[in-house]
Design a binder for this molecule. Structure first.
Ligand code: ADP
Ligand code: ZN
Ligand code: ZN
Length: 731
């Protein structure tokens, strides 16, 4: 009896699709992990072979044969397929969508794998006469050859590109003349540079603790204050793992993936590195993915989705800034890369290190329960000292563009001493609202329950939730009055005000608007690092991982916005943000100071952070969560629904709630349906139903019968619905 192929296809179906082998293909040529072209309705699709068996629930005569095999050798190992299937199971997401989203875009579409691109250049045989002619006729080609020969005749392509403008054109010319050859590197790209300092005792202890567990699963939380040398710990561990010939998966949040970090790793770790993140072209990502898959790169550095990349011989998993929300995918396949990193390490039998200066309450709870070993770095590395934090009470103060006299004075002092200062405000644009003084009109977004933000330089009103925009009106759209005024501040306005105040001090603004072009963030960061800019203004983009040794003062314009959030995680996120922003100060020789403007100076969260520390905050917060039976003391799943009419979404969730009632035992609680905090967004009305259980296993068990049944509900076809296991925010 012939085999049945179980194939994953990118379709919203909870299961695999069964096919017969393509005609004339001997069975031994079929291996899980290969892509196949299969008929699908009247079209053809690219799928991934997951397994073979002689079982099927489809009537035999209805089975169709696959059209063709696309890969001779499988793109994924059986272990990796099993891991991805496990992930799909855990998130109750269609396995085909999970498996195919783990492939680079071109491969997902059925295209042939790219041929590996050479990454190394070598000098060929050239006689002296030819070289002399070249010096006169083509000085740029000559320069490149000289540079190469200075480096012993070969160099990495990436370094070459960073040294020479239009390196590509020059290289092509030389190649056509046979003066250079291109090849692949198996050896180091750059000469390694190891630092001279020795580890602080706490760092050494952390390294020793993890190193003693290499070759087996063990989870660690590296809880180290900003600047305490966590990255140094990762690097020392990575070196040991590389020496054993195994690979390292290093996850970082979206924004910390700067060339600064990449070059820091390249200088310290031998061998090629695969960098996986969304800022790269599809081709670049595929090349990196292939390097990882084939084990040509032993260091795999990437953001969220890198956790799904194939990495043979995995020896260590690192998750930097583990508390960061960007590890959670917030749409489509909603997975947590941080959580999956742990699963991955367990399956691979290797240690995993979660690092942060502000660990999540989930991870802290896991250390208490003994599931993770807690490693602490309590001092800043080298000579740097921790910053001092102070609250500025701005009740009854005359503010200038949101800035109090005390903050302006502190900025003045620091700047006149020739040091750098940073002003933080987590709101981009010029002002969060435009209002009419005559009739009270506000710049509401027509598609959301939100206001459109005023962007002054672009002369636009833009909704930050749905992207809807319109030209900045000169007169009130409602009453025609010319009395239109911005309310509140954003970073764009702050930039303007600070420039007026401190015209002699060059300023750099860092937010999503200022850094939308590729490479602009690095360009701006470089101006801060080399001291050309003395004032920095920005949003939370500034908070993440950057190292600004010269910054002596950090001013936070408005910390009140986050104090009273509706979400039970609001306080945790606010505390993390404050500590991370504060951590940018005084990383150099001088101790830094942090000033926070607030109208609630007695707020317990602020008091705890200023008078005690983040650890004290987390102890309190964990107590509150335990009392309220909220995560991490319980487990949640959020069912979201949206539709063009509010009633439709509500109705579907009512049916969902009835289904919960029918299927669930008493261990599962359901709350709702309720409208989402921002009910209307991008023209759709959104509601949700929250499920909670005291045990993860119970919730999982329930979801495995409940989720597949959702699509059979009467209104399932009339709404957009989704399942979010371990939701991070309830919006
Ligand atoms: P973190 O990742 O915790 O923010 P880093 O590893 O980036 O900290 O270290 C902060 C700075 O301190 C870096 O410039 C690093 O080179 C330096 N550093 C790290 N460990 C030591 C050490 N043991 N002695 C001296 N300087 C160190
Ligand atoms: Zn008006
Ligand atoms: Zn909108």
């Amino acid at each position: 009896m012939s085999s049945i192929l179980h194939i994953a296809l990118a379709a919203p179906v909870y299961g695999l699709f069964d096919y017969l082998p393509p005609g004339n293909v001997p069975e031994e040529n079929l291996v899980p992990g290969q892509r196949l072209l299969v008929p699908f309705g009247r079209t053809e699709r690219c799928g991934m072979l997951v397994s073979l068996s002689n079982q099927t629930s489809v009537a035999r005569h209805k089975l169709r044969a696959a059209h063709a095999i696309l890969d001779e050798t499988p793109l994924m190992s059986r272990e990796h397929l099993a891991f991805l299937c496990w992930v799909a199971d855990y998130y109750h997401h269609p396995p085909g969508e999970v498996l195919l989203s783990a492939l680079p875009v071109r491969l997902r579409k059925g295209k042939p794998p790219l041929v590996p691109r050479p990454d190394r250049i070598r000098i060929g045989d050239i006689d002296a006469d030819t070289l002399a002619t070249l010096e006169r006729r083509a000085p740029r080609q000559w320069q490149l050859l000289c540079w190469l020969s200075d480096r012993g005749g070969s160099a990495g392509m990436r370094e070459l590109r960073s040294r020479f403008d239009n390196a590509h054109g020059v290289m092509r010319a030389l190649r056509n003349k046979g003066m250079i050859t291109l090849g692949m590197a198996d050896d180091a790209m750059l000469p390694l540079q190891q630092p001279q300092f020795s580890l602080e005792p706490e760092q050494a202890q952390a390294v020793a603790a993890v190193a003693s567990r290499l070759g087996q699963y063990h989870a660690f939380l590296l809880d180290g204050i900003t600047g305490s040398g966590k990255t140094e710990v990762y690097l020392r561990l990575a070196q040991q793992v590389l020496e054993q010939g195994r690979s390292i998966l290093f996850l970082v949040p979206e924004i910390s993936l700067t060339p600064q970090l990449i070059s820091r790793l390249e200088k310290r770790l031998p061998g090629p590195m695969a960098v996986l993140h969304s800022g790269r072209s599809d081709g670049e990502r595929e090349q990196a993915w292939q390097m990882a898959r084939k084990g040509r790169a032993r260091v795999i550095l990437g953001t969220r989705s890198a956790v799904l990349a194939p990495v043979p011989d995995l020896g260590l998993v690192l998750v930097d800034e583990e508390h960061d929300a960007s590890y959670k995918q917030q749409e489509g396949f909603r997975y947590s890369a941080r959580d999956m990193a742990l699963v991955r390490a367990r399956r691979a039998g290797c240690p995993v290190v979660l690092g942060s200066a502000t660990p999540s309450l989930e991870s802290l709870k896991n250390t208490r329960d003994g599931r993770y070993k807690w490693l602490r770095l309590t001092r800043r590395a080298g000579t740097a000292q921790s910053p001092r934090m102070r609250l500025l009470d701005i009740r009854n103060q005359r503010l200038q563009g949101g800035l109090s006299p005390q903050l302006l004075q502190a900025l003045e002092e620091v700047l006149t001493q020739g040091r750098q200062a940073m002003v933080f405000l987590n709101r981009r644009g010029y002002a969060p609202v435009l209002s009419c003084y005559s009739c009270g009109w506000l710049s509401d977004c027509p598609r959301c329950d939100a206001r459109q933000t005023m962007h002054y330089r672009q002369r636009k009103l833009v909704c930050h939730h749905c992207g809807n925009e319109r030209p900045l009106p000169s007169h009130c759209p409602s009453c025609g009055s010319g009395e239109l005024h911005p309310l509140g501040q954003g970073t764009e306005q702050l930039e303007q005000i600070l420039q007026q105040h401190f015209p002699d001090h060059p300023l750099v603004r860092i937010d999503r608007d200022a850094t939308s072009r590729k490479g602009s963030l690095d360009h701006l960061l470089a101006q801060v690092r080399d001291g050309r800019a003395s004032l920095l203004v920005g949003t939370q983009m500034l908070a993440k991982g950057h190292h600004f040794p010269g910054v002596a003062l950090v001013g936070m314009v408005d910390v009140d916005g986050g104090l009273f959030g509706a979400d039970f995680r609001a306080a945790e996120h606010m505390a993390q943000l404050i500590i991370q922003v504060a951590g940018r100060a005084g990383r150099g020789e001088h101790p830094g100071q942090v000033l926070m403007q607030t109208r609630y100076p007695d707020h317990p969260l602020l008091q705890t952070l200023v008078n005690e520390d983040y650890a004290a905050f987390t102890r309190e917060a964990l107590k509150e969560r335990a009392q309220a039976e909220l995560p991490p003391y319980s487990f949640q799943t959020l069912i979201r629904a949206s539709a063009t009419k509010a009633e439709t979404a509500e109705q579907f969730l009512q049916q969902t709630a009835a289904l919960v009632e029918k299927l669930a035992g008493r261990e599962i609680q359901a709350w709702g349906p309720v409208p989402a905090p921002m009910q209307k967004r991008a023209g759709k009305y959104r509601s949700h139903l929250l499920l909670q259980a005291g045990q993860r296993g119970r919730l999982q068990e329930f979801l495995s019968t409940f989720v597949p049944a959702l699509s059979t509900l009467p209104d399932a076809g009339r709404v957009r619905w989704s399942v979010d296991v371990d939701p991070l925010d309830l919006y």
